[in-house]
Design a protein around this ligand. Structure first.
Ligand code: U5P
Length: 266
């Protein structure tokens, strides 16, 4: 199954992980360093072993791409995933959107990493420098939440666009299913606007952990048999990455096992 690498990660951590305390006080079982590969030509890697809703993730990605770091846009669309981190004005500090679209440069200007990487994919697809970084060491302390998905790189071969993400910290049960979907979506959108076919999403994890209060849920999920993956449908008229709207993106033929409830560690 397309999601097998995710289920393998879950099983590996369950069986071979080390139990540790963590910042939240909940406690985790973890491994350090793990890689998963998802071939997007086989379908969209939205998990089928539990039901997931993509609405928040689509809005969050569009919000990142706008360069926005205030939760106002998310609130307007009923997305609450960033609420607990924002200050009274809804600001999050120089998080993802800011670094992606306007990383401050030493001369007082700024770098639009997304626009640059699109231009490089189009003009020098063989480049080994197709990188976007959200981890700005000079500004991490000003961010309400230091980036979990820190850096990604594109790779073009045989008309296919691949993307590898480095994620420093990965909540396997709650966060990772959405991180996979979010980057698979970004990869598909970038592929469309650069005239390429989606290739592989390679997901590299640093501290990959199951919270101690997610172990039962993980067992339940591992007992389920995956179904055929859904399909991502993007409006083919969109040729500029920044023109995508919520209505241009949909998931089709999604069949899944029921949702599994679990507490978020804050
Ligand atoms: N987390 C994710 N994916 C995200 C954002 C957060 O898995 O996109 C999880 C991290 O894995 C961790 C927590 O469990 O949120 C952030 O805590 P820390 O790593 O900053 O201590």
């Amino acid at each position: 199954a397309l999601e097998q690498p995710y289920l393998d990660l879950m099983r590996t951590v369950m069986e071979q992980g080390v139990d540790r305390d963590d910042r939240t006080g909940v406690g985790t079982r973890s491994v350090f360093g793990h890689q998963m590969r998802f071939d997007l030509s086989r379908g969209f890697p939205l998990l089928t072993t539990k039901k997931l809703h993509l609405r928040s993730i689509i809005h969050e990605l569009l919000w990142f791409l706008k360069g926005d770091t205030n939760i106002g846009y998310l609130k307007e669309h009923g997305v609450r995933i960033w609420d607990e981190w924002a200050d009274e004005s809804g600001n999050l500090g120089p998080v993802y959107g800011y670094q992606w679209r306007s990383w401050p440069s030493p001369n007082g200007g700024s770098v639009d990493q997304i626009a640059n990487v699109l231009e490089q994919i189009r003009n020098t697809p063989q480049s080994r420098r197709l990188i976007v970084s959200a981890w700005n060491p000079g500004q991490v302390d000003e961010m309400k939440l230091p980036p979990c998905h820190c850096l990604f790189q594109f790779y073009v071969a045989n008309g296919r666009l691949s993307c590898q993400l480095y994620q420093r910290s990965a909540d396997i049960f709650l966060g990772v299913p959405f991180n996979i979907a979010s980057y698979a979506l970004l990869l598909s959108m970038v592929a469309q606007v650069t005239g390429l076919e989606p290739g592989e999403f390679v997901h590299t994890l640093g501290d990959a952990h199951l919270y101690s209060n997610h172990l039962e849920q993980a067992q339940e999920q591992l007992s389920r048999t995956p179904k055929a993956p859904p399909r991502l449908s993007l409006n083919p008229q969109v040729t500029n990455l920044f023109d995508f709207t919520f209505d241009d993106i949909s998931i089709e033929e999604y069949e899944s096992h029921p949702h599994i409830k679990a507490e978020v560690a804050v």
